[in-house]
Write a protein that binds this ligand. Structure first.
Ligand code: IDP
Ligand code: MG
Length: 147
């Protein structure tokens, strides 16, 4: 079993796409173990995007991510890191496959709607910025034996 970290970016919230996006994870059988609605602080945002510091798009990205509230979540499933990246689609919406979240709803790289961790190490690091261990809930999904 594996966990990953997801953020629905401020434009996903402003565009009323929270339900549409969460539905895609739920219907796939992915279990939500942590969920928060929050407005990122500068400190949280800089920690999250620390690996991108110094890149040309860094300032724009940080400002955008703090432009409104976001939905942060931790989800659990077998091979979930790769699975979620697949559901999300390529970073550039132009290259994101049809049927992916970015491939269906996003237009530009900066405003590509959603963040998802790309490795076990980054998932651990990123979720710890927003969730403490006691925020993550252990329970059994009704569908768990059928997926
Ligand atoms: P990812 O979100 O698909 O993992 P990363 O390469 O980790 O993509 O980049 C983090 C975020 O930075 C992207 O989701 C996107 O919003 C933004 N970003 C990445 N590359 C560019 C770029 O070339 N121009 C503008 N924004 C970018
Ligand atoms: Mg990334």
């Amino acid at each position: 079993m594996e966990r990953t970290f997801i953020i629905l970016k401020p434009n996903a919230v402003r565009r009323g796409l929270i339900g549409e996006i969460l539905k895609r994870f739920e219907q796939r059988g992915i279990k939500i173990v942590g969920l928060k609605f929050l407005w990122m602080t500068q400190e949280q945002c800089e920690k999250l995007y620390e690996p991108h510091k110094g890149k040309p798009f860094y300032e724009e990205l940080v400002n955008f991510m703090m432009s409104g509230p976001v939905v942060a979540m931790v989800v659990e499933a077998p091979r979930v890191i790769e699975m979620v990246r697949h559901i999300v689609g390529a970073t550039d919406p132009l290259k994101a496959e049809a049927g992916t979240i970015r491939g269906e709803f996003a237009l530009t790289v900066t405003k590509n709607l959603i963040h998802a961790s790309d490795s076990v190490e980054n998932a651990e690091r990123e979720m710890s910025i927003f969730f403490s261990p006691e925020d993550l809930i252990e329970y059994k999904l009704d569908i768990q034996d059928d997926i």
